[in-house]
Write a protein that binds this ligand. Structure first.
Ligand code: CP3
Length: 355
């Protein structure tokens, strides 16, 4: 019995037994596994080179490019997992939402969703809408050997925030206006997004992803009571939809110190923690039965090597009592990060934690 055999028949024993999947399952590991959010991207010169002249969303629809970019950080840094190269808005684009990713800005939506009539933009996603994802994951699992591939999606709240604001937002004012002002429309919007996200994660798992991460990047903007009432039902629906595959489900958001327990309660097996809460405190907030992922401040990588090592030691010390720990940054790799600092960090964590 392998982890996602309900979907794929088999995943190689080497993948199942990898340090990353063992840590997610809270089993003993040969070393603490490491990967980095946004490891595939602008910090790498080889990424900028292959992306030259190709727009972001177009890159995401080209299986050859997706495969190459996903593999680049695995080759260069020796990370313990690959993350599928894409963006959280790709499934929305795939069902026909008129949006683009503007360099230096982020996702921009042509017709923001603010009324019931606007919901018509959000039809169901079928595997045929994202056949390039299935194809790319097939290519990737062939190349990755025993290194697991993490599939991902944006969580309903974070997707709703882009759709309702029309683009990136600091205060999420239109989003919150809808959430508080028309709770039924809000609930229906999040439920639609939960359906789309569930379908998209299923495509990735059935194609061979060994774990999935649900990014609720901006949900830290909410108080716990609002999260529980207005967001958790939709996120839980997504986690429930993929539960039967048995692949680890990771959940992450920025600035979610006050929400960590609820992020676990929503149905995650692994809770991602940003750098604001030390992992020994995070585990108290999350409670038993979950692994944790994190949580070096990505900006620390701009400090001298000794300082990076000292801050890494702090993270590892705080993680010492955890049942399962996946080392990561507290948010994505910053674009101007020195790639060599990332390579050194992987090696340092592996060496310091070798059993
Ligand atoms: O982690 C990885 O290495 C896989 C690739 C990945 C991308 N986006 C590629 C990308 C992942 C996991 C994402 C998820 C994503 N996208 C999130 C959740 C993670 C997080 O950072 O909290 C969010 C909020 C988005 C929305 C988004 N897309 C933003 C805010 C931006 C940056 C805008 C900018 O240019 O400053 C993007 C664009 C984007 N997504 C790029 C990449 C490599 C940069 C575009 C480019 O290289 O041209």
């Amino acid at each position: 019995m392998t982890v996602n055999d309900e979907a794929t028949g088999q995943q190689p024993a080497a993948t199942y037994d990898s340090a990353f999947l063992k840590a997610c399952r809270r089993e003993a590991v040969p070393h603490t596994p490491v990967w980095f959010m946004r490891q595939a991207g602008r910090s790498l010169p080889e990424y900028r080179k292959v992306r030259e002249g190709t727009a972001m969303l177009e890159s995401c629809m080209r299986p050859d490019l997706v495969t190459e970019i996903t593999l680049q950080p695995v080759r260069r840094h020796g990370v313990d997992a690959a993350i599928y190269f894409s963006d959280i808005v790709v499934p929305l684009k795939a069902i026909g939402v008129d949006l683009d990713i503007k360099p230096g800005v982020g996702p921009v939506v042509e017709r923001p969703i603010r009324s019931r009539a606007d919901l018509a933009q959000l039809r169901d996603l079928t595997p045929d809408d994202v056949s390039y994802v299935t194809e790319a994951i097939g290519l990737l699992t062939g190349e990755l050997g025993g290194t697991p591939l993490i599939g991902f999606a944006g969580a309903p709240f974070t997707l709703a925030s882009y759709l309702v604001e029309g683009g990136p937002s600091r205060n999420h004012e239109h989003t919150k206006a809808l959430m508080y002002g028309d709770p039924q429309l809000w609930a229906d919007l999040l439920d639609r997004l939960a359906e789309i996200t569930s379908a998209f994660l299923k495509v990735q798992i059935e194609a061979g992803a060994s774990a999935v991460q649900l990014f609720d990047s901006w949900v830290g903007a909410l108080a716990p009571a609002d999260y529980r009432r207005s967001v958790m039902p939709a996120s839980r629906k997504v986690f429930d939809a993929v539960a039967s595959y048995g692949v680890p489900r990771i959940h992450f958001g920025v600035g979610t110190g006050e929400l960590l327990g609820l992020l676990g309660e929503a149905g995650a097996d692994v809770v991602g923690v940003d750098w604001r809460v030390p992992l020994d405190e995070a585990v108290r907030r999350v409670g038993p039965g979950k692994a944790l992922q994190g949580n070096l401040d990505p900006a620390v990588l701009f400090a001298p090597r000794e300082a990076v090592e000292a801050k890494t030691d702090e993270v590892l010390a705080a993680a010492a009592g955890l049942e399962g720990h996946v080392f990561n940054l507290g948010h994505g790799v910053l674009p101007t990060t020195d790639p060599d600092a990332l390579t050194r960090l992987v090696e340092y964590v592996h060496t310091r934690t070798a059993a």
